[in-house]
Design a protein around this ligand. Structure first.
Ligand code: DX5
Ligand code: ZN
Length: 222
């Protein structure tokens, strides 16, 4: 599958968003990753429904919304999700995972199941037909700037093998957390398809944005 980049918009300052969005559009960036955090499921508060709606208006790049919130099944319709967008809910965030995925699919958006570093792949067992992607967390969710949890590299490969064994070659794997230029290469070789670019790659003041995007592209292309 084609390798894609999804910049983590929480890593952009408010004043720089316009600059980032025009560079992303110029460089064919495939998704915009929006981290929504409720301060309960993760120890941080970040980006909300208004942010999602205004970013949707500000750019034609499809959204990739990462819901780090408890009981997301009750909040899907707060966001007005659209066809072509990805919406990830965490397997650990509700007793009603399948209902949450069902609600996402009913909006026309594509459902993605996120699994934290310690969560076994078996969390996918009974919702394999309800998802278009799996979000493999390579850090513990809640903050940018963390370090890769080493054992999650093997987990990317294990998820790919799990999906292929079930004939779901179409299901994409998104990788989120410390996607540095160096880690990205390993994550791509391990089976990652979509890479959440945060502070470890081009959201870094010392890097020219166009060059940074190009460098990440080169790192993920096998
Ligand atoms: C963390 C978020 C990530 C984070 C990535 O909970 O899900 O998207 O912003 O940032 P870096 O690349 O700095 O880990
Ligand atoms: Zn994220």
């Amino acid at each position: 599958m084609k390798k894609k980049i999804s910049p983590s918009m929480m890593c952009s300052g408010v004043l720089e968003i316009g600059t980032y969005l025009s560079a992303f559009e110029k460089n064919g960036i495939e998704y915009l990753h929006i981290d929504v955090m409720d301060g309960e499921f993760v120890p941080n508060l970040m980006l909300g429904t208004d942010y999602v709606k205004s970013l949707r208006k500000a750019s034609d790049i499809p959204l990739d919304v990462h819901l780090m919130i408890y009981n997301p099944e009750n909040k899907i319709d707060w966001f007005d999700f659209q066809p072509g967008e990805y919406v990830a809910v965490h397997a650990e965030s509700t007793a009603h995972v399948q209902r949450a995925l069902q609600k996402i699919n009913a909006t026309g958006a594509k459902a993605m199941l996120a699994i934290n570093p310690a969560t076994p792949i078996s969390a996918l067992d009974y919702v394999i037909d309800d998802i278009q992607a799996v979000l493999v967390m390579t850090v513990n969710p809640g903050f940018a700037g963390q370090k890769l949890i080493p054992q999650t590299l093997q987990k990317i490969t294990d998820v790919r093998r799990y999906l292929d064994d079930k004939g779901r070659y179409d299901v994409e794997i998104e990788v989120d957390g410390n996607v540095s230029f160096e880690n990205a290469r390993k994550m791509s070789a391990a089976g990652g398809d979509i890479f959440v670019a945060g502070t470890s790659s081009f959201f870094n003041k010392n890097i020219d944005l166009d060059l940074g995007i190009q460098k990440l592209r080169e790192a993920i292309e096998l």
